[in-house]
Design a protein. Structure first.
Length: 211
C-alpha cells in the first residue's frame, strides 16, 4: 500500500487544487494501487477570529496585493486546467481552521479522513460557507461517519484544537511550512501547486523506491 501524507489548510486555494489533482491522478493513473491518504494540519492564519479575516485585507497587509483578482487568477486557472471550477471571489473570508482540522483528525479512526477533508474544503470554497462554524462542520461530518452532536462537540473542543496546534508545531519543526505538502511513501516529498504530471511522477518514483 502506498502511504500518502498530505499537509494542507482548509482555506488555502492551492490546497483545493492539490487535493483534487491528487484524486484525479490517482483515479486516472493508479486506480489499481492501494493507497492510504493521511491528512495533517497546517494553520495559515492561526489566530483568525471567529468572525473571520477579510481576504483582500489580508492580501494587502501581508503581500501588498491591492487587487485580489491578481492573486486569485493563477489558482483559478490551474483548477480550470484540471477540470475543476474555482471562483475565489465567492469566498472572501478566512475563518479559523482548528475546528475543521480537529474533525479531520478524528475521522482518521473511522476511515473517512480523506473524503471528509475533501468535503470540508469544497464546502469552504465551492459553497462559500463558514467552515469555522461547528454547525456547518456538523452538516458535512454527518455524511462521513459522525453523529451530528458528536461532530459539533469535537469541533468546539478546546483540547482538540490544542492537539491540532501541537501537530502543526511538529510539522513546522520538521520543516513543513508551505502547503500543500505531499509526502509519498516517506521517500518522495514535493510542495506547492504541482501539476498532474509532477504528482504522477512523484508517485511513480515513490512506488519504485518502495519496491
Amino acid at each position: 500500500m502506498l502511504q500518502i501524507d498530505l499537509y494542507t489548510d482548509i482555506s488555502c486555494p492551492w490546497c483545493f487544487v492539490g487535493i483534487h489533482r491528487l484524486d484525479k491522478v490517482l483515479h486516472e493513473h493508479f486506480s489499481g494501487v492501494p493507497v492510504n491518504i493521511r491528512h495533517h494540519p497546517v494553520l495559515l492564519v492561526p489566530d483568525a477570529p471567529a468572525a473571520g479575516v477579510y481576504i483582500p485585507d489580508l492580501l494587502r497587509a501581508r503581500y501588498g496585493v491591492t487587487d485580489p483578482k491578481t492573486a486569485f487568477a493563477r489558482p483559478e486557472g490551474e483548477a480550470r486546467a484540471s477540470g475543476f471550477e474555482l471562483d475565489l471571489s465567492r469566498q472572501l473570508w478566512m475563518y479559523p481552521t482548528q475546528p475543521a482540522h480537529a474533525l479531520i483528525h478524528a475521522a482518521g479512526e473511522r476511515g473517512t479522513q480523506h473524503p471528509l477533508a475533501v468535503a470540508i474544503t469544497d464546502t469552504y470554497f465551492l459553497d462559500a460557507r463558514n467552515t469555522g462554524d461547528a454547525d456547518v462542520l456538523a452538516d458535512v461530518a454527518v455524511h462521513h461517519g459522525f453523529d451530528r452532536e458528536e461532530a459539533r462537540a469535537i469541533a468546539l473542543d478546546p483540547a482538540a484544537h490544542r492537539k491540532v496546534e501541537a501537530n502543526v508545531a511538529r510539522a513546522s519543526a520538521a520543516g513543513i511550512r508551505s502547503v500543500p505538502h505531499f509526502d509519498f511513501g516517506g521517500s518522495v516529498a514535493i510542495t506547492g501547486g504541482r501539476s498532474e504530471v509532477e504528482l504522477a511522477a512523484a508517485i511513480r518514483e515513490a512506488m519504485h523506491r518502495g519496491g
